[in-house]
Design a protein around this ligand. Structure first.
Ligand code: SF4
Ligand code: SF4
Length: 494
């Protein structure tokens, strides 16, 4: 029987060879013998191992045979014709929740041009099926009930996470405060932990709000797009005036008050056409303003928007990411932390051997809750009849949830089966797929090249750090960057 290499991605660092094994998401450092074996068995037609071993010098045969067996046991070599398809192992249902994303408001005090909430890519239906308008603000009662629902639906987990989202989340600070206090009380009663996070445009960060968020150790992500020019191009008030000057002093105060006590604070940049190079934006946010981490998310939109990114733009962004990745690795080799969170998160996934059967937690451990308590796959799918998954009063529509998760399991995405990057991507964001293909269950095949290039970059950085300062990899066993509401670019693309 002929053998050949399975689905692996090979990379090297200054002569040290590595293989990333797609079936297990493991990074394997190869010695000279293993490298020679993989070179000899790389042809898709394969090679007969017995015949090949016999062709070697006698004294090499024993060592090579052992190395061959080890590579076969790790799934790096396999019989020709054995399928690359991931096994169809569906998660046990009902899967316990770990996170609820509460859409505490669907209103915003900004009018960002690319916002999915108000644009034509919007999934949420503005009116209920009976024609009445949806509630713009979640009441404290609905938020507290949602939290009770989360504790009940997360049995077996020691802790839960609550993320507040909008619209502009802080427009409904009253509900955030009530929900936080209620969650803390319940967590004490139940002897379970609870963590909080939110995303904000920073316009409403008053002293009182900042003190509350710092005191309760919120993970905070601030939406900011870089320097004044880039930020104000899209992130404007309804008058058309940019919001940069309004938010900068508030952000500085938040960072100052948070630094001694709180968790790291992240900047989240939406990348659109025509922006300054990524490294310049990064240094403005991390260096000049002082964010603890900076993450970039290419805008999610249909291709025809003037701000949409084309392939050329994505190539430019990747070059910028390469520069930042170089800085990150240099810092890691000195044992220092660097604020480029896309790479940090990717390296953490690589180090932990994360192998996703679904692209993100949506519908699995994570659900979104609308202002009225309706459940959706995630925050981007609430208030959409088609994607509704029950409500906090009657519980999760388990049949619909299971059906969706079965349809979106990586084993069902045939086009992804031969892709080495599938442990990270697993087909990509459901929301992006809905926008692009009007079907949330489809893999996002429009950005595969980009995903594979980004994954390759992450692996090469991992190899450099593994060779130069392996102790640094220990930091990936701790969560150091702010927790986030998963978005397509946070979880799936850089
Ligand atoms: S969507 Fe593309 S990059 Fe992602 S797993 Fe599928 S084939 Fe790979
Ligand atoms: S990756 Fe997409 S589907 Fe998943 S949680 Fe984020 S926005 Fe929702």
């Amino acid at each position: 029987m002929n053998f050949h290499t399975s689905l692996i991605h090979r990379f090297e660092n200054e002569g040290t060879q590595f293989a990333y094994v797609t079936s297990s998401a493991a990074v394997v450092q190869l010695d000279q013998v293993s490298t020679g074996i993989l070179d000899s068995f790389s042809d898709p037609e394969g090679e007969d191992p017995a015949r090949w071993l016999e062709s070697l010098d006698k004294e090499l045969q024993q060592e090579t045979r052992e190395a061959f067996d080890e590579l076969a046991a790790m799934g790096i070599l396999r019989p020709v014709g054995a399928p690359n398809a991931p096994p169809e192992q569906l998660p046990p249902m009902p899967f316990p929740l770990s996170t609820l994303v509460l859409n505490v408001t669907n209103k915003c005090n900004l009018s960002c041009t690319y916002c999915y909430e108000y644009g034509e890519d919007r999934i949420a239906e503005p009116k209920k099926p009976d024609g009445t308008p949806r509630l713009p603000m979640m009441t404290p009662e609905t938020a507290c009930k949602s939290i009770d629902f989360l504790f009940e639906s997360s049995q077996g987990r020691s802790g839960v996470s609550i993320t507040f989202f909008g619209g502009e989340t802080l427009l409904n600070f009253k509900t955030i405060r009530a929900a936080t206090e209620h969650a803390l009380e319940r967590s004490r009663e139940l002897g379970r932990s609870v963590g909080f996070s939110l995303t904000t445009n920073a316009t409403l960060l008053t002293d009182q709000v900042i003190d509350f968020l710092v005191e309760h150790r919120f993970g905070i992500n601030v939406s900011i797009d870089g320097n004044r020019l880039d930020h104000d191009r899209h992130r404007t008030f309804s008058s058309g005036k940019g919001s940069y000057d309004a938010i900068l002093p508030r952000i500085r105060k938040l960072l100052e008050k948070n630094r001694p006590h709180g968790r790291p604070i992240g900047a989240r940049v939406t990348l659109t056409r025509g922006m300054a190079p990524v490294p310049e934006t990064f240094h403005h946010l991390a260096g000049e303003i002082g964010f603890d981490s900076v993450g970039f998310a290419p805008v999610t939109s249909a291709e025809d928007h003037e701000y949409a990114l084309g392939e050329g733009h994505l190539g430019q962004i990747l070059l910028g990411f390469e520069d930042l990745a170089g800085e990150y690795v240099e810092a890691a080799l000195r044992g220092e932390r660097h604020a480029f969170s896309n790479l940090h998160d990717l390296l953490q996934e690589i180090h932990q051997g994360i192998n996703k059967a679904h692209p993100c937690g949506a519908g699995l451990g994570l659900l979104g809750v609308s202002t009225e308590g309706e459940l959706g796959l995630c925050h981007r799918f609430v208030e959409s009849g088609e994607h509704a998954l029950g409500n906090i009063e009657d519980g999760i529509d388990e049949e619909k949830r299971s059906e969706f998760l079965a349809k979106t399991h990586i084993s069902k995405k045939i086009a992804c089966h031969e892709c080495f990057a599938r442990p990270h991507c697993s087909g990509g964001c459901y929301h992006e797929a809905h926008v692009r293909y009007a079907d949330a269950t489809q893999p996002n095949l429009h950005y595969c090249e980009w995903i594979r290039a980004w994954t390759d970059l992450g692996l090469r950085c991992y190899g450099k750090i593994a060779c130069g300062n392996p102790d640094f990899l220990e930091t990936f066993n701790q969560a150091t960057h702010p927790p986030k509401v998963a978005t397509v670019k946070d979880e799936v693309t850089p």
